[in-house]
Design a protein around this ligand. Structure first.
Ligand code: ATP
Ligand code: MG
Length: 361
Protein backbone atom coordinates (compact mmCIF):
# COMPACT_ATOMS: atom_id res chain seq x y z
CA UNK A 1 0.00 0.00 0.00
CA UNK A 2 1.32 3.43 -0.94
CA UNK A 3 1.72 6.16 1.62
CA UNK A 4 2.33 9.28 -0.45
CA UNK A 5 2.81 10.42 -3.96
CA UNK A 6 1.12 9.30 -7.12
CA UNK A 7 -1.41 6.55 -7.63
CA UNK A 8 -2.00 4.89 -10.99
CA UNK A 9 -5.59 4.03 -11.82
CA UNK A 10 -6.61 2.29 -15.02
CA UNK A 11 -10.00 3.64 -16.03
CA UNK A 12 -12.35 1.45 -18.07
CA UNK A 13 -15.43 3.51 -18.80
CA UNK A 14 -17.02 0.73 -20.84
CA UNK A 15 -20.42 0.93 -22.50
CA UNK A 16 -23.83 2.54 -22.06
CA UNK A 17 -23.93 4.78 -18.99
CA UNK A 18 -20.37 3.66 -18.10
CA UNK A 19 -18.77 6.84 -19.53
CA UNK A 20 -21.45 9.08 -17.93
CA UNK A 21 -20.92 7.77 -14.40
CA UNK A 22 -17.15 7.16 -14.52
CA UNK A 23 -16.49 10.71 -15.72
CA UNK A 24 -18.18 12.00 -12.55
CA UNK A 25 -16.25 9.56 -10.33
CA UNK A 26 -12.97 10.74 -11.89
CA UNK A 27 -13.99 14.33 -11.17
CA UNK A 28 -14.67 13.43 -7.54
CA UNK A 29 -11.28 11.67 -7.25
CA UNK A 30 -9.62 14.80 -8.62
CA UNK A 31 -11.36 16.92 -5.98
CA UNK A 32 -10.19 14.58 -3.23
CA UNK A 33 -6.67 14.57 -4.69
CA UNK A 34 -6.58 18.36 -4.67
CA UNK A 35 -7.88 18.61 -1.12
CA UNK A 36 -5.53 16.00 0.37
CA UNK A 37 -2.49 16.51 -1.87
CA UNK A 38 -2.51 13.24 -3.83
CA UNK A 39 -1.80 12.79 -7.50
CA UNK A 40 -4.24 10.33 -9.04
CA UNK A 41 -2.95 9.41 -12.49
CA UNK A 42 -5.66 8.08 -14.82
CA UNK A 43 -4.92 5.79 -17.74
CA UNK A 44 -8.07 5.34 -19.85
CA UNK A 45 -8.43 2.13 -21.85
CA UNK A 46 -11.18 0.39 -23.77
CA UNK A 47 -12.95 -2.73 -22.48
CA UNK A 48 -16.30 -4.26 -23.37
CA UNK A 49 -18.43 -3.56 -26.43
CA UNK A 50 -16.54 -0.33 -27.20
CA UNK A 51 -13.29 -2.33 -27.37
CA UNK A 52 -14.94 -4.92 -29.62
CA UNK A 53 -16.06 -2.14 -31.96
CA UNK A 54 -12.58 -0.59 -32.06
CA UNK A 55 -10.34 -3.69 -32.03
CA UNK A 56 -12.59 -6.70 -32.67
CA UNK A 57 -12.05 -8.03 -29.13
CA UNK A 58 -13.69 -7.04 -25.83
CA UNK A 59 -10.46 -7.15 -23.81
CA UNK A 60 -7.46 -6.10 -25.91
CA UNK A 61 -4.01 -7.16 -24.67
CA UNK A 62 -3.11 -3.48 -24.27
CA UNK A 63 -6.00 -2.97 -21.84
CA UNK A 64 -5.12 -6.04 -19.77
CA UNK A 65 -1.45 -4.95 -19.62
CA UNK A 66 -2.44 -1.47 -18.45
CA UNK A 67 -4.62 -3.04 -15.74
CA UNK A 68 -1.76 -5.26 -14.56
CA UNK A 69 0.61 -2.30 -14.41
CA UNK A 70 -1.65 -0.05 -12.35
CA UNK A 71 -2.48 0.16 -8.64
CA UNK A 72 -6.23 -0.23 -9.13
CA UNK A 73 -8.97 -0.29 -11.77
CA UNK A 74 -12.09 1.85 -11.94
CA UNK A 75 -14.72 0.31 -14.20
CA UNK A 76 -18.08 1.63 -15.41
CA UNK A 77 -20.20 -1.10 -16.98
CA UNK A 78 -19.85 -3.27 -20.06
CA UNK A 79 -22.34 -4.80 -22.45
CA UNK A 80 -25.61 -3.99 -24.14
CA UNK A 81 -28.03 -5.37 -26.72
CA UNK A 82 -25.71 -4.26 -29.52
CA UNK A 83 -23.28 -7.09 -28.71
CA UNK A 84 -25.72 -9.77 -27.47
CA UNK A 85 -25.59 -11.69 -30.77
CA UNK A 86 -21.84 -12.34 -30.50
CA UNK A 87 -20.38 -15.69 -29.39
CA UNK A 88 -19.74 -15.81 -25.61
CA UNK A 89 -15.97 -15.17 -25.74
CA UNK A 90 -16.52 -11.96 -27.74
CA UNK A 91 -19.42 -10.71 -25.62
CA UNK A 92 -18.51 -7.93 -23.20
CA UNK A 93 -19.62 -9.78 -20.03
CA UNK A 94 -17.69 -13.04 -20.52
CA UNK A 95 -15.02 -11.71 -22.86
CA UNK A 96 -14.10 -8.65 -20.79
CA UNK A 97 -15.51 -8.80 -17.27
CA UNK A 98 -15.02 -12.49 -16.40
CA UNK A 99 -11.66 -12.49 -18.16
CA UNK A 100 -10.50 -9.46 -16.15
CA UNK A 101 -11.58 -11.14 -12.90
CA UNK A 102 -9.81 -14.42 -13.66
CA UNK A 103 -6.68 -12.91 -15.29
CA UNK A 104 -6.16 -10.56 -12.36
CA UNK A 105 -6.94 -13.13 -9.66
CA UNK A 106 -9.79 -11.06 -8.21
CA UNK A 107 -11.14 -13.71 -5.86
CA UNK A 108 -12.90 -11.51 -3.30
CA UNK A 109 -16.02 -9.60 -4.24
CA UNK A 110 -17.10 -6.97 -1.72
CA UNK A 111 -20.58 -5.53 -2.05
CA UNK A 112 -21.84 -3.09 0.55
CA UNK A 113 -25.60 -2.78 0.84
CA UNK A 114 -26.29 0.55 2.46
CA UNK A 115 -29.56 2.31 3.06
CA UNK A 116 -29.00 6.04 3.37
CA UNK A 117 -31.37 7.60 5.85
CA UNK A 118 -32.53 10.14 3.26
CA UNK A 119 -33.55 7.30 0.90
CA UNK A 120 -35.07 4.89 3.40
CA UNK A 121 -38.53 5.29 1.81
CA UNK A 122 -37.20 3.50 -1.31
CA UNK A 123 -36.47 0.32 0.66
CA UNK A 124 -39.09 -2.44 0.80
CA UNK A 125 -38.08 -2.96 4.45
CA UNK A 126 -40.20 -1.23 7.10
CA UNK A 127 -38.65 1.98 8.50
CA UNK A 128 -38.91 0.68 12.08
CA UNK A 129 -36.70 -2.26 11.10
CA UNK A 130 -34.16 -0.09 9.29
CA UNK A 131 -33.89 2.42 12.12
CA UNK A 132 -31.26 5.09 11.56
CA UNK A 133 -29.45 3.28 8.77
CA UNK A 134 -28.59 -0.12 7.40
CA UNK A 135 -25.09 -1.05 6.33
CA UNK A 136 -24.18 -4.62 5.35
CA UNK A 137 -21.04 -5.75 3.54
CA UNK A 138 -21.26 -9.00 1.55
CA UNK A 139 -17.88 -10.65 0.90
CA UNK A 140 -18.36 -13.23 -1.83
CA UNK A 141 -15.77 -15.76 -3.03
CA UNK A 142 -15.50 -15.08 -6.75
CA UNK A 143 -13.15 -17.51 -8.47
CA UNK A 144 -13.97 -20.93 -6.99
CA UNK A 145 -16.82 -23.23 -6.06
CA UNK A 146 -19.54 -24.65 -8.25
CA UNK A 147 -19.23 -21.96 -10.95
CA UNK A 148 -15.71 -23.17 -11.66
CA UNK A 149 -16.04 -26.86 -10.70
CA UNK A 150 -16.14 -29.89 -12.95
CA UNK A 151 -19.38 -30.11 -14.93
CA UNK A 152 -20.88 -32.24 -17.61
CA UNK A 153 -23.41 -34.85 -18.63
CA UNK A 154 -23.40 -38.57 -17.93
CA UNK A 155 -25.57 -41.63 -18.07
CA UNK A 156 -27.55 -41.90 -14.83
CA UNK A 157 -30.02 -44.39 -13.35
CA UNK A 158 -32.90 -42.77 -15.23
CA UNK A 159 -31.09 -41.79 -18.42
CA UNK A 160 -29.06 -38.68 -19.09
CA UNK A 161 -28.16 -36.51 -16.12
CA UNK A 162 -26.15 -33.35 -15.66
CA UNK A 163 -23.80 -32.47 -12.83
CA UNK A 164 -21.86 -29.50 -11.44
CA UNK A 165 -19.28 -30.00 -8.71
CA UNK A 166 -18.97 -27.69 -5.72
CA UNK A 167 -15.38 -27.91 -4.50
CA UNK A 168 -13.44 -25.63 -2.17
CA UNK A 169 -9.90 -25.96 -0.91
CA UNK A 170 -8.84 -24.86 2.55
CA UNK A 171 -6.58 -22.35 0.80
CA UNK A 172 -9.44 -20.72 -1.08
CA UNK A 173 -11.67 -20.54 2.00
CA UNK A 174 -8.91 -19.18 4.17
CA UNK A 175 -8.02 -16.29 1.87
CA UNK A 176 -11.63 -15.13 1.43
CA UNK A 177 -12.18 -15.42 5.19
CA UNK A 178 -9.10 -13.26 5.79
CA UNK A 179 -10.56 -10.59 3.47
CA UNK A 180 -13.82 -10.68 5.43
CA UNK A 181 -12.14 -10.41 8.83
CA UNK A 182 -9.85 -7.62 7.61
CA UNK A 183 -12.92 -5.72 6.39
CA UNK A 184 -14.69 -6.42 9.70
CA UNK A 185 -11.76 -4.92 11.62
CA UNK A 186 -12.39 -1.64 9.79
CA UNK A 187 -16.13 -1.84 10.57
CA UNK A 188 -18.15 -3.15 13.49
CA UNK A 189 -16.13 -6.34 14.12
CA UNK A 190 -18.88 -8.82 13.37
CA UNK A 191 -18.72 -11.54 10.69
CA UNK A 192 -21.55 -13.89 9.73
CA UNK A 193 -20.36 -16.85 7.67
CA UNK A 194 -23.09 -18.35 5.50
CA UNK A 195 -22.98 -22.00 4.45
CA UNK A 196 -25.02 -25.19 4.29
CA UNK A 197 -22.87 -27.21 6.67
CA UNK A 198 -25.79 -29.42 7.74
CA UNK A 199 -25.77 -30.95 4.24
CA UNK A 200 -22.65 -30.17 2.20
CA UNK A 201 -19.10 -31.43 2.78
CA UNK A 202 -17.68 -28.30 1.13
CA UNK A 203 -19.65 -26.25 3.65
CA UNK A 204 -18.29 -28.31 6.55
CA UNK A 205 -14.75 -27.48 5.45
CA UNK A 206 -15.90 -23.89 4.93
CA UNK A 207 -17.20 -23.61 8.50
CA UNK A 208 -14.16 -25.30 10.02
CA UNK A 209 -11.71 -23.10 8.09
CA UNK A 210 -13.54 -19.83 8.80
CA UNK A 211 -13.61 -20.76 12.50
CA UNK A 212 -9.87 -21.38 12.33
CA UNK A 213 -9.17 -18.00 10.67
CA UNK A 214 -11.31 -16.28 13.32
CA UNK A 215 -8.73 -17.24 15.95
CA UNK A 216 -6.38 -14.64 14.41
CA UNK A 217 -9.06 -11.98 14.97
CA UNK A 218 -10.08 -12.31 18.61
CA UNK A 219 -11.79 -8.91 18.55
CA UNK A 220 -14.19 -9.99 15.81
CA UNK A 221 -17.38 -11.80 16.73
CA UNK A 222 -18.12 -14.69 14.36
CA UNK A 223 -21.41 -16.46 13.85
CA UNK A 224 -22.45 -19.10 11.33
CA UNK A 225 -25.78 -19.29 9.55
CA UNK A 226 -27.31 -21.74 7.09
CA UNK A 227 -27.99 -20.08 3.77
CA UNK A 228 -31.75 -20.73 3.85
CA UNK A 229 -32.02 -19.09 7.24
CA UNK A 230 -29.77 -16.22 6.11
CA UNK A 231 -32.01 -15.53 3.11
CA UNK A 232 -34.93 -15.24 5.51
CA UNK A 233 -33.11 -13.17 8.15
CA UNK A 234 -31.95 -10.65 5.54
CA UNK A 235 -35.52 -9.46 5.11
CA UNK A 236 -36.82 -10.21 8.62
CA UNK A 237 -33.92 -8.94 10.66
CA UNK A 238 -31.30 -7.32 8.40
CA UNK A 239 -29.81 -5.44 11.36
CA UNK A 240 -28.29 -8.71 12.53
CA UNK A 241 -25.70 -8.54 9.74
CA UNK A 242 -22.57 -6.48 9.42
CA UNK A 243 -20.02 -8.42 7.32
CA UNK A 244 -21.26 -11.55 5.53
CA UNK A 245 -18.74 -14.01 4.07
CA UNK A 246 -19.88 -16.77 1.77
CA UNK A 247 -19.16 -18.93 -1.26
CA UNK A 248 -19.46 -17.97 -4.90
CA UNK A 249 -22.97 -19.32 -5.52
CA UNK A 250 -24.47 -18.39 -2.13
CA UNK A 251 -22.84 -14.95 -2.44
CA UNK A 252 -24.30 -14.46 -5.89
CA UNK A 253 -27.80 -14.92 -4.54
CA UNK A 254 -27.37 -13.31 -1.11
CA UNK A 255 -25.66 -10.18 -2.48
CA UNK A 256 -28.48 -9.57 -4.95
CA UNK A 257 -31.00 -9.99 -2.15
CA UNK A 258 -29.02 -7.63 0.08
CA UNK A 259 -28.77 -5.02 -2.68
CA UNK A 260 -32.51 -5.10 -3.30
CA UNK A 261 -33.42 -4.43 0.32
CA UNK A 262 -31.76 -1.02 -0.18
CA UNK A 263 -34.19 -0.28 -3.01
CA UNK A 264 -31.80 1.64 -5.26
CA UNK A 265 -29.56 -0.02 -7.85
CA UNK A 266 -27.93 3.30 -8.81
CA UNK A 267 -26.44 3.71 -5.33
CA UNK A 268 -24.44 0.53 -4.75
CA UNK A 269 -20.70 0.12 -5.29
CA UNK A 270 -18.50 -2.97 -5.37
CA UNK A 271 -14.88 -4.04 -5.12
CA UNK A 272 -13.20 -7.15 -6.49
CA UNK A 273 -9.92 -7.76 -4.71
CA UNK A 274 -6.82 -9.84 -5.34
CA UNK A 275 -4.08 -10.61 -2.83
CA UNK A 276 -2.38 -7.50 -1.56
CA UNK A 277 -3.93 -4.15 -2.28
CA UNK A 278 -4.84 -4.52 -5.94
CA UNK A 279 -8.52 -4.34 -6.85
CA UNK A 280 -11.14 -3.49 -9.44
CA UNK A 281 -14.00 -1.19 -8.47
CA UNK A 282 -17.34 -0.84 -10.22
CA UNK A 283 -21.01 -0.06 -9.61
CA UNK A 284 -23.21 -3.13 -9.24
CA UNK A 285 -25.60 -1.90 -11.94
CA UNK A 286 -25.17 -2.63 -15.64
CA UNK A 287 -24.75 -0.42 -18.68
CA UNK A 288 -28.41 0.73 -18.75
CA UNK A 289 -28.35 1.60 -22.48
CA UNK A 290 -31.88 3.08 -22.22
CA UNK A 291 -30.53 6.15 -20.44
CA UNK A 292 -26.95 6.29 -21.78
CA UNK A 293 -25.65 9.75 -22.67
CA UNK A 294 -28.83 11.46 -21.46
CA UNK A 295 -27.44 12.99 -18.27
CA UNK A 296 -29.90 10.85 -16.33
CA UNK A 297 -27.77 8.08 -14.80
CA UNK A 298 -27.08 8.12 -11.10
CA UNK A 299 -23.28 8.38 -10.69
CA UNK A 300 -23.33 7.69 -6.92
CA UNK A 301 -22.68 3.91 -7.19
CA UNK A 302 -19.52 4.65 -9.19
CA UNK A 303 -18.48 7.53 -6.95
CA UNK A 304 -18.84 5.24 -3.91
CA UNK A 305 -16.82 2.61 -5.81
CA UNK A 306 -14.06 5.20 -6.12
CA UNK A 307 -14.34 5.70 -2.34
CA UNK A 308 -13.86 1.94 -1.86
CA UNK A 309 -10.83 2.12 -4.16
CA UNK A 310 -9.21 4.76 -1.99
CA UNK A 311 -9.83 2.76 1.17
CA UNK A 312 -9.01 -0.77 0.05
CA UNK A 313 -6.28 -0.29 -2.57
CA UNK A 314 -4.59 2.90 -1.35
CA UNK A 315 -5.34 2.81 2.37
CA UNK A 316 -6.67 6.39 2.17
CA UNK A 317 -9.33 6.04 4.83
CA UNK A 318 -10.04 9.72 5.55
CA UNK A 319 -10.22 10.51 1.84
CA UNK A 320 -12.65 7.63 1.30
CA UNK A 321 -14.77 8.82 4.20
CA UNK A 322 -14.78 12.35 2.75
CA UNK A 323 -16.48 11.02 -0.38
CA UNK A 324 -19.06 9.05 1.59
CA UNK A 325 -19.81 12.07 3.77
CA UNK A 326 -20.17 14.30 0.71
CA UNK A 327 -22.68 11.86 -0.84
CA UNK A 328 -24.70 11.83 2.38
CA UNK A 329 -24.63 15.62 2.54
CA UNK A 330 -25.92 16.04 -1.02
CA UNK A 331 -28.69 13.48 -0.44
CA UNK A 332 -29.62 15.15 2.84
CA UNK A 333 -29.85 18.45 0.97
CA UNK A 334 -32.54 16.83 -1.18
CA UNK A 335 -30.75 16.44 -4.53
CA UNK A 336 -31.77 13.36 -6.54
CA UNK A 337 -31.10 11.87 -9.95
CA UNK A 338 -34.34 10.64 -11.61
CA UNK A 339 -33.94 7.02 -10.39
CA UNK A 340 -34.10 8.08 -6.72
CA UNK A 341 -36.35 11.11 -7.14
CA UNK A 342 -39.48 11.44 -5.04
CA UNK A 343 -41.93 14.27 -4.51
CA UNK A 344 -40.52 17.16 -2.56
CA UNK A 345 -36.91 16.52 -3.61
CA UNK A 346 -34.85 18.33 -6.26
CA UNK A 347 -34.32 16.48 -9.54
CA UNK A 348 -30.86 16.93 -11.07
CA UNK A 349 -28.77 15.23 -13.78
CA UNK A 350 -25.65 13.07 -13.71
CA UNK A 351 -23.24 15.97 -14.13
CA UNK A 352 -24.81 18.19 -11.51
CA UNK A 353 -24.80 15.32 -9.03
CA UNK A 354 -21.08 14.84 -9.64
CA UNK A 355 -20.42 18.54 -9.26
CA UNK A 356 -22.46 18.86 -6.07
CA UNK A 357 -20.57 15.96 -4.49
CA UNK A 358 -17.28 17.65 -5.47
CA UNK A 359 -18.46 20.90 -3.92
CA UNK A 360 -19.44 19.10 -0.74
CA UNK A 361 -15.90 17.67 -0.52
P1 ATP B 1 -26.74 -5.58 -17.32
O1 ATP B 1 -27.27 -6.60 -18.25
O2 ATP B 1 -25.28 -5.39 -17.38
O3 ATP B 1 -27.26 -5.75 -15.93
P2 ATP B 1 -28.78 -3.63 -17.87
O4 ATP B 1 -29.00 -2.80 -19.05
O5 ATP B 1 -29.71 -4.71 -17.55
O6 ATP B 1 -27.30 -4.17 -17.90
P3 ATP B 1 -29.05 -2.80 -15.20
O7 ATP B 1 -27.98 -2.31 -14.35
O8 ATP B 1 -29.49 -4.15 -14.94
O9 ATP B 1 -28.70 -2.57 -16.70
O10 ATP B 1 -30.21 -1.75 -15.03
C1 ATP B 1 -31.54 -2.00 -15.32
C2 ATP B 1 -32.24 -0.67 -15.37
O11 ATP B 1 -32.05 0.04 -14.15
C3 ATP B 1 -31.65 0.22 -16.44
O12 ATP B 1 -32.20 -0.01 -17.67
C4 ATP B 1 -31.90 1.61 -15.90
O13 ATP B 1 -33.17 2.06 -16.26
C5 ATP B 1 -31.81 1.40 -14.39
N1 ATP B 1 -30.47 1.79 -13.92
C6 ATP B 1 -29.39 1.00 -13.76
N2 ATP B 1 -28.32 1.69 -13.32
C7 ATP B 1 -28.74 2.96 -13.17
C8 ATP B 1 -28.11 4.19 -12.74
N3 ATP B 1 -26.82 4.25 -12.38
N4 ATP B 1 -28.88 5.29 -12.71
C9 ATP B 1 -30.15 5.26 -13.06
N5 ATP B 1 -30.80 4.18 -13.48
C10 ATP B 1 -30.12 3.02 -13.53
MG1 MG C 1 -29.51 -6.29 -15.72
Amino acid sequence: MKKMGSYHITVLKGDGIGPDVVTEAMGVLECVGKKYGHDFVFNEKLAGGCAYDAYGEPLPEETLEACKNSDAILLGAVGGPKWDHLPANLRPEAGALLKLRSSLGLYANLRPAIIHKALSDASPIKPEIIGDSLDILVVRELTGGIYFGERGYREGKHGEEAYDVEAYSEFEIKRIAVQAFEAAMKRNKHVTSIDKANVLESSKLWRRTVTEVAKDYPEVELDHMYVDNAAMQLVRNPKHFDVIVTSNIFGDIISDEASQITGSIGMLPSASLADGAFGMYEPIHGSAPDIAGKDMANPIATILSAAMLLKFSFGLVAESQAIEDAVTKVLDAGYRTPDIYSEGTKKIGTKEMGKRICDAI
